[in-house]
Design a protein around this ligand. Structure first.
Ligand SMILES: Nc1ncnc2c1ncn2[C@@H]1O[C@H](COP(=O)(O)OP(=O)(O)OP(=O)(O)O)[C@@H](O)[C@H]1O
Length: 275
């Protein structure tokens, strides 16, 4: 008797699937289009950097994925369901969002900021919600004594960490990051990249990140999607995208900043060089 033949594995469901998206703002003579015939598929485990010139619609695309802005045409599917169904209670159990400036509630303590989505859901007693929030604070490298601080008393790096803990409080499989390292100094930026890389790997997250920062892009991305001419013109690993002949790619990846980000880090001078 011949050995049973294993059935071919079912193709993995993409975490995000955008098909023939069009976004038009305004009406009549004021109408202007941001996206046209935009397609993008993000597979489980990908850490995708979304890049493009200013005003090309990167933030609007994140809002479509969050279900906060309805497309004019086309479909946006997240975890197998239309993105517009994500809104409302429990949305943050499917998609976590880290806004550029953290967007913490200034009148709430760190702990209450992180626990907020759980309070709103009302499925856990408040004390248990706070315990979950404490676990998330530890996960992002904050200490128990930071829990009762107010946002105004935090450094920029700590605000990002609290906002990240808040985005992860309901264990979403998909995390969206808008300029995660903006406003951080080079050290803070490296530390935050290390944290994101570790969480991406250990939690098995799928991540979509808008960034203008090439160091962050090279440090983290498994793939890069380039938004230009109203759609995604490339979706591939960074080293491949960087070679494309396109004015934006040329400027972004092969301009001065790009070449600096690609260069190996300078090594400390040897004793012979110093003398
Ligand atoms: N709700 C809205 N109503 C009208 N226009 C909007 C709305 N949201 C965004 N826009 C416009 O859509 C375009 C794309 O905006 P978006 O913020 O997505 O660009 P971006 O690629 O994120 O830019 P940047 O890199 O500068 O942050 C811009 O012209 C913006 O003014």
């Amino acid at each position: 008797m011949s050995a049973p033949v294993a059935a071919p594995a079912a193709p993995a469901t993409p975490v995000v699937e955008i098909r023939d998206l069009a976004t038009v703002f305004g009406t009549g003579a004021q109408a202007f289009s941001v996206h046209e015939h935009l397609n993008l598929t993000v597979q489980r485990g990908e850490l995708l950097s979304l890049v493009g010139g200013s005003g090309t619609g990167k933030t609007v695309l994140l809002r479509h994925i969050l279900g906060l802005t309805e497309p004019t045409r086309g479909t946006v599917t997240v975890l197998g369901r239309p993105a517009r169904e994500l809104g409302g209670d429990g949305a943050s159990s499917r998609v976590g969002m880290l806004f550029q400036h953290g967007a913490l509630f200034t009148a709430f303590s760190v702990l209450d900021n992180v626990a907020f989505a759980l309070y709103e859901l009302r499925t856990l007693p408040r004390a248990l919600a706070q315990e979950v929030a404490m676990v998330k604070l530890r996960m992002v490298g904050l200490k128990p004594e930071h829990a009762l601080r107010m946002p105004a008393d935090l450094s920029g790096g700590m605000i990002k960490r609290v906002a990240l803990a808040r985005a992860l409080v309901m264990d979403p499989p998909l995390l969206l990051l808008d300029e995660p390292t903006a406003g951080l100094d080079p050290n803070g930026s490296d530390e935050f990249c290390d944290l994101l890389r570790e969480l991406h790997a250990t939690l098995g997250l799928t991540v979509i990140m808008v960034t203008h920062d090439l160091d962050t892009l090279y440090a983290l991305s498994t793939k890069v999607a380039v938004l230009a001419e109203k759609h995604v013109i490339a979706h591939a690993p960074a080293v491949e995208v960087a070679q494309l002949e396109h004015p934006f790619v040329e400027h972004f990846f092969r301009g001065q900043r790009g070449l600096r980000a690609m260069a190996p880090a300078p090594t400390a001078p040897t004793r012979a060089e110093e003398s």
